[in-house]
Design a protein around this ligand. Structure first.
Ligand SMILES: *[C@@H]1O[C@H](CO)[C@@H](O)[C@H](O)[C@H]1NC(C)=O
Ligand SMILES: *[C@@H]1O[C@H](CO)[C@@H](O)[C@H](O)[C@H]1NC(C)=O
Length: 363
């Protein structure tokens, strides 16, 4: 009996604690690809997963969680800095009740802007499905706190969306003479992807998002996987670099135009390309010994294949920009998030996240 009441009391405190948390913070929603997936793909029958060690080796549990990182990823670190709980994968059966008020992570490794991107992974949550889940989420939360409060929660939330890299790496350049590369020159493919991305963002706005961080692609040709395939002396692969240098400025222009049409700074561009280039051009300045070699992998630059339990593994992950052949280390993610919060206009356009937080809390 006393054990039961003890349990009930702690349960009440737990629920109260969660409610208080909710009042103090706002919700966080995450959309996109493997750079921000917190584990959704582990609930799907797909090959695009980070479910085996050494993934997660530096995560608090020291176990793989589905994040494509040695530890935390960008959304985790944003939550940490905001003093929020980390968002859970939307497909997790544990994401229910009050936990829904923290937000949700809808991202899925392998997806792109285009529906045909990542087709080789079969069961992944394509971006339109992520948005459908966001609608379903809002219905669930409405049942919990009512429609009006749900709308407020969504309007006041922070949103992060990371897409686009796979439309090049896992589509246009996946194989020589890919369907998309026969259909479009690169010059014409980029505006096509951007115009499709615009539709995605318009739908996100329609679903209630009002503060949306949109990351560009990194320097696609400089990741260890591409160096292993295309680089003789460690120079970045030219074609993918050309793709990134066409795509990123056009993305910023598209976001400006969207904001103009809406009449508010809803979409904030994060120049992750420049953030990564800083590491690549001057790794030592940031405390990295290598910006070319992945910590985990095999072959030249540890860039061939995937990071698996049999791969080479570096001893100190903090010295590497890249954790695996495609994804940054937790330490690189931390530096990127630092720029998201405090970076100048070169990095964050039209403003950084500290400015947004200050503006929104004054209202
Ligand atoms: C992608 O799929 C969505 C929903 O299934 C559809 O609305 C959209 O038009 C498709 N995009 C393209 C370019 O086919
Ligand atoms: C970004 O944030 C810092 C505060 O951390 C601020 O001083 C700075 O001016 C901001 N930069 C821009 C361009 O908003």
């Amino acid at each position: 009996m006393s054990i039961l009441s003890c349990f009930l009391v702690s349960w009440v405190f737990f629920v109260l604690g969660n409610l208080v948390n909710h009042v103090e913070g706002s919700a966080f929603f995450v959309f996109g690809d493997s750079l921000v997936d917190n584990g959704n793909n582990n609930f799907l029958a797909t090959s695009a997963r980070a479910e085996a060690p050494p993934y997660g080796i530096d995560y608090p549990s020291h176990r793989p969680t589905g994040r494509f990182s040695n530890g935390l990823n960008i959304p985790d670190i944003i939550s940490e800095r905001m003093g929020w709980e980390a968002t859970m994968p939307y497909l997790s059966p544990q994401l229910n009740g009050q936990k829904l008020l923290v937000g949700a992570n809808f991202a899925s490794a392998g997806v792109g802007v285009l529906n045909d991107t990542g087709f080789q992974f079969v069961n992944i949550i394509r971006i339109y499905q992520q948005l459908n889940y966001f609608e379903e989420y809002q219905r669930k939360v409405s049942a919990l706190i009512g429609e009006e409060e749900t709308e407020r929660l969504v309007n006041e939330a922070l949103v992060l969306i990371t897409l686009g890299g796979n439309d090049f790496v896992n589509n246009y350049y996946l194989v020589p003479y890919s369907a998309r590369s026969r259909q479009f020159s690169l010059q014409n493919y980029v505006p096509f992807v951007i115009s499709e991305y615009k539709k995605v963002l318009q739908r996100l706005h329609k679903l209630g998002a009002r503060r949306v961080l949109v990351t560009g692609t990194g320097p696609l040709g400089c990741v260890p996987a591409e160096l292993a395939l295309h680089s003789r002396n460690g120079e970045c692969a030219q074609e993918l670099q050309r793709a990134a240098s066409l795509y990123n400025p056009q993305l910023v222009q598209m976001l400006k135009k969207l904001n103009n049409d809406i009449g508010d700074d809803v979409f904030i561009a994060a120049n992750t390309n420049q953030m990564h280039l800083d590491f690549i051009n001057n790794p030592r300045q940031f405390g990295f010994t290598s910006s070319k070699r992945a910590c985990c992998g095999q072959g030249p630059y540890n860039g061939i294949g995937l990071c698996t339990p049999l791969s080479n593994l570096c001893a100190n992950r903090n010295l590497y920009v890249f954790w695996d052949p495609f994804h940054p280390s937790e330490r690189a993610n931390r530096l990127i998030v630092e720029q998201i919060f405090t970076g100048s206009n070169t990095y964050m356009d039209p403003m950084n996240l500290s400015t947004i937080v200050a503006m929104d809390s004054r209202v």
